[in-house]
Design a protein around this ligand. Structure first.
Ligand SMILES: Nc1nc2c(ncn2[C@@H]2O[C@H](COP(=O)(O)OP(=O)(O)OP(=O)(O)O)[C@@H](O)[C@H]2O)c(=O)[nH]1
Ligand SMILES: [Mg+2]
Length: 594
């Protein structure tokens, strides 16, 4: 079984020479097949006449369809092991198998390596094929992907490969890429024969003694000096295999085979491809590579290593030719990134890197998108979601609130955690989103509860009568409060549904006012305030605590916290033993600081 690439010359009587590249067939050595395949112009698809084509045959054909194969020949080996009829049958099968592949319509030649039958016909077919293959570009900058590197005693480092384009001559100064190290060519060989120059399409061995063999590996490129810049970001034209469409995401982790190199990276689309058609894509690699325009590469999934498709190098990402690549405007690119983030708010910085634009550009795009209402800002820290995602989450939250208001109208609404569960967010995120909706007036907020904007709690008949009874003041002290603790205890004991929640709602809406343990009805408080105002308006110098207590007709126990409450809400101001109205205090010229 062949493990790695094999190379051999094939000579024809007229002096024509072909370089044969033998690649392993077994799936486990596909990476080696991929290293050798880009140099192939003429494909010899070797099929066992006994077994016929196998699954691996299909994968090889798919791979080769993305590379440089110009002509194909189907070779049926072991013809000595089957009769002529069987050969016809298997030949027909292979022809069918090759429909729609690079080998479609290729001649089928049965051979036997045991008897030598068919070998001359095969050689003739190879000759016909190679002379009809259009020549590679010999005047382009030299580009030699290195498939082997070794040190030769007395000569130093030698690298071999298929010269993809250009010409190499002895004495040339080349460059080993992506390291970018200069390398002088001391000597050249084509299949063991010393030559002065080698042209594109040749299998060559290049002696570059100035470079340490340990610093070269399969996949490096020996290239024309100063012609290629290594890059990790490229624009490619990617053609997906139909079977691979489902495996593609907008950003797909991939393993790319280019030249003899194998590199991990990400393939990034503006939009996930839905058809097996060529699309522009950005390829972000984990290591720099060099490539020439038109370099072909094979793209596999990172794991498992399914074949995804083929790609053609167009430009380094920084040098995008705008007429070739349908670049989305930056606004759209930024919008796509926000949209792709779904319900997870995304920061401007992440939008910039996702859309591959500068941060200041992203900031301007985001401002326009917010202005146009296509994306929505979420506060603390400022991040963004798409309008559609926001509407969706808001609808869920509003549905929850509506249901809750209907089921328990006496309740203030929902806690943050309840909303968080409904919109499938963490509490921390829910509070930020609720704050944004509250800011826009799309949800209401009262005492740590969230509600629909126009919602006011309303009590059931039973709850109303409970409070009526419990909070009824005695006729001799109409302004005396109830005890909050006592009311809460009574509420807990009463068999009235939701009455404890109703108590909190009454306090939150201000119908009841809690001052320490004292619980006032709003009417009591309004009355008390009017009485205090009356006394103080008639006493410009102020009134004492006991004067006010008498007016209110309550005990000192209640009067003290109540007056302090009036101080705290800015209604009165205390000055030693005296209290005055804060609003008139200024007007009367007294020395009061606000
Ligand atoms: N009888 C007969 N046996 C053959 C013929 N050609 C190859 N074989 C035998 O088939 C077996 C496989 O041959 P290989 O040349 O290793 O096949 P391969 O396609 O290169 O295999 P991989 O490199 O693993 O992909 C060997 O035992 C060969 O001797 C033939 O024409 N007739
Ligand atoms: Mg083999």
């Amino acid at each position: 079984m062949t493990l790695d690439l094999g190379f051999a010359p094939l000579h024809f009587s007229d002096g024509t020479e072909a370089g044969v590249i033998d690649v392993p067939g077994h799936e486990r050595f596909l990476h080696n097949m991929l290293a050798g395949a880009p140099g192939i112009d003429v494909l010899l698809l070797v099929v066992d006449a006994v077994e016929g084509p196998r699954a691996q045959t299909r994968e090889h054909l798919q791979i080769l369809s993305f590379l440089n194969v110009q002509r194909s020949i189907i070779v049926l080996t072991k013809s000595d092991l089957v009769d002529a009829d069987a050969i016809e049958v298997v030949a027909a099968r292979v022809r069918d198998f090759c429909v729609g592949t690079v080998a479609a319509g290729a001649p089928v030649i049965p051979v036997s390596n045991v008897t030598g039958a068919g070998i001359d016909e095969l050689k003739a077919a190879i000759y016909d094929a190679i002379v009809s293959v259009p020549p590679r570009r010999v005047d382009a900058p030299a580009f030699l992907p290195v498939d082997r590197a070794f040190a030769l005693h007395g000569h130093g480092t030698v690298v071999t490969g298929t010269l993809m384009q250009g010409t190499i001559k002895t004495g040339d100064l080349l460059e080993l890429q992506p390291a970018g190290v200069g390398a002088r060519v001391r000597s050249l060989q084509i299949f063991g024969r010393k030559v002065k120059s080698a042209e594109a399409g040749s299998r060559v061995a290049v002696n570059i003694p100035s470079i340490d063999v340990a610093s070269i590996k399969r996949g490096d490129v020996l290239a024309a000096h100063h012609e290629f810049d290594a890059t990790t970001e490229l624009i490619v034209e990617f053609t997906p295999l139909p079977d691979a469409l489902a495996l593609l995401h907008r950003r797909t982790p991939v393993r790319v085979h280019i030249g003899a190199a194998e590199i991990e990276g990400r393939l990034v689309f503006k939009e996930r491809p839905m058809e097996a058609r060529a699309v522009a894509a950005r390829l972000l690699l984990s290591r720099p590579i060099v490539a020439y325009r038109g370099s072909r590469m094979i793209v596999r999934r990172l794991s498992p290593k399914d074949l995804l498709g083929g790609a053609i190098f167009l430009e380094r990402s920084t040098l995008v030719a705008s007429d070739r690549i349908p670049e989305l405007p930056d606004d759209e690119a930024c919008f796509e990134i926000v949209k792709a983030s779904g319900q997870t708010p995304i920061a401007a910085k992440a939008v910039a890197s996702g859309a591959n634009v500068r941060e200041d550009v992203a900031a301007a795009c985001i401002a326009r998108l917010v202005q146009d209402g296509r994306i929505v800002a979420i506060p603390k820290p400022v991040e963004y979601v798409s309008r559609a995602a926001d509407d969706e989450a808001l609808a869920l939250a509003q549905r929850l609130l509506g249901e809750r208001h209907e089921r328990a109208p006496w309740r203030l609404g929902c806690s943050t955690s309840e909303v968080a569960a409904a919109i499938a967010a963490t509490d921390a995120l829910a509070v930020r989103r609720l704050a944004a909706w509250h800011e826009d007036g799309r949800v209401g907020h009262r005492a740590r509860y969230w509600c629909l904007p126009d919602f006011t709690p309303s009590l059931s008949k039973e709850q109303l009568s409970f409070f009526e009874t419990t909070l009824r003041p005695t006729s001799d002290a109409p302004l005396s409060p109830a005890s909050y603790d006592a009311v809460a205890l009574a509420a807990d004991r009463a068999r009235v549904a939701g009455v404890r929640e109703a108590l909190e709602s009454l306090i939150a809406t201000g119908a009841l006012v809690r001052i320490g343990d004292d619980l006032y009805r709003r009417v009591q408080l309004t009355r008390a305030q009017a009485l205090v105002a009356g006394v103080l308006q008639n006493n410009a110098g102020g009134a004492t605590m006991s004067q006010l207590r008498e007016t209110l007709g309550t005990s000192r126990k209640y009067a003290l916290p109540l007056l302090e409450h009036f101080d705290s809400i800015g209604f009165t101001i205390r000055d030693g033993d005296l209290r005055r109205l804060r609003s008139t205090a200024g007007k009367s010229g007294a020395q009061v600081q606000n």
